[in-house]
Design a protein around this ligand. Structure first.
Ligand code: DAH
Length: 357
């Protein structure tokens, strides 16, 4: 009997898996198992012999059962350990540094401009990029034969054969938003309209798509003096300087009367632009008093209301402020360029928090 004990306990301790354990259980305790057969032998023994062998066999049966259970548990524990070792994860490891996206200079400058004008009470207005030629030209006092239409290198959309309506255009400037804002909101009115504009042109300072911001202020007695103050405040805030000189040069735009182009005093000493000092002048925008016909196109009575308007190139002032030499690179999606000139994603420009920091 001690042979049986040694045989099974050793075999159970060495079993590699559950199937091996089950085979041993059947071999020892199954119907025809060695222990079961030995139990059956008890019937043929004398009473004394049986009293000796019975309890010992029962004890052996219990011992083998216990060994089977223990080994099975050990195998399960080992499997779990093995799995935990394989799936182990060091949660204290530092995260892999990820490449972060950046804010494009055009978006950055649009936000800066919007923050500055918002502070002066200007809301943001919008209009479609595919515009009717009435909004883009006629309503702005640019009639069909006007040279400005040809000068603007307009992209026209296609009309079906036999459709005589004038084609829509890709808006050549943000000025049509003036008309839409006047029609939608009436007077008094104070809006800026930043957005994309299109002209067929391509060189170092021109791309077929670029960005402008339009400004429009309408009230009962708005004058060029108000325009000058607003622009001075804007230029100081935008270039982050305490002092600026503006120069108004008489000019001509069909939608303003009088019209002026505005230059700012600057220096290019050492190749970098400094605003507010020096002997150079830099043109930054077109402006003027809104033409009475333009007010009328916006359903505003020119006998009661007047106002100023201006239009400025966003990409151009972005190039000036951030020293970016070639406009075409703005729209080439070169990641190296974006990483170099881009802005941190969470630095939203505000006047109190700093525009470009
Ligand atoms: N629309 C003009 C352009 O694209 C810019 C402009 C000039 C806008 C004078 C104005 C303005 O509102 O008053 O060149």
């Amino acid at each position: 009997m001690s042979d049986l004990r040694a045989k099974y306990l050793t075999a159970i301790a060495g079993a590699k898996d559950e199937a091996a354990l089950e085979a041993l259980r059947v071999q020892a305790l199954g119907k025809k198992g060695e222990i079961s057969l030995a139990m059956r032998e008890l019937g043929r023994m004398s009473a004394e012999e049986r009293q000796q062998a019975g309890p010992r066999l029962n004890a052996l049966k219990d011992e083998i059962n216990a060994a089977l259970t223990a080994r099975k548990q050990a195998l399960t524990d080992a499997a779990l350990d093995e799995r935990l070792r394989g799936e182990w994860l060091d949660v204290t490891l530092p995260a892999r540094p990820r490449r972060q996206g950046t804010i494009h200079p055009v978006s950055q400058v649009t936000e800066e401009v919007t923050a500055i004008f918002a502070d002066m009470g200007f809301a943001v207005a919008e209009g479609p990029q595919i515009e009717s030629d009435w909004y883009n030209f006629d309503a702005l006092n640019i009639p069909g034969h006007h040279p400005a239409r040809a000068e603007m290198d307009t992209f026209y959309t296609h009309r079906a054969e036999g459709d005589d309506r004038p084609p829509h255009v890709l808006r050549t400037h943000t000025s049509p938003v003036q008309i839409r804002a006047m029609q939608a909101q009436g007077a008094p009115l104070r809006v800026i309209a930043p957005g994309r504009v299109y002209r067929a042109d391509y060189d170092q300072t021109h791309t077929p798509m670029f960005h402008q911001v339009e400004g429009l202020a309408i009230d009962r007695d708005i004058s060029m003096a108000n325009l000058k103050w607003v622009l001075e405040e804007f230029v100081k805030a935008f270039f982050e300087v305490d002092h600026v000189d503006l120069r108004f040069r008489a000019s001509h735009f069909p939608f303003t009367e009088p019209s002026a182009e505005v230059d700012i005093r600057c220096s290019w000493d050492g190749g970098t632009l400094k605003v507010g000092e020096g002997d150079d002048w830099l043109e930054i925008l077109g402006s003027g008093m809104v033409h009475p016909k333009v007010l009328e196109a916006g359903n505003i009575d020119p006998n009661e209301w007047q106002g100023f308007a201006f239009g400025m190139g966003i990409d151009r002032i972005a190039m000036l402020k951030y020293g970016i030499p070639d406009l075409r690179a703005f729209f080439e999606s070169d990641l190296r360029w974006l990483r170099h000139y881009g802005f941190a994603a969470l630095d939203v420009p505000t006047l109190h928090g700093g525009l470009s920091r």
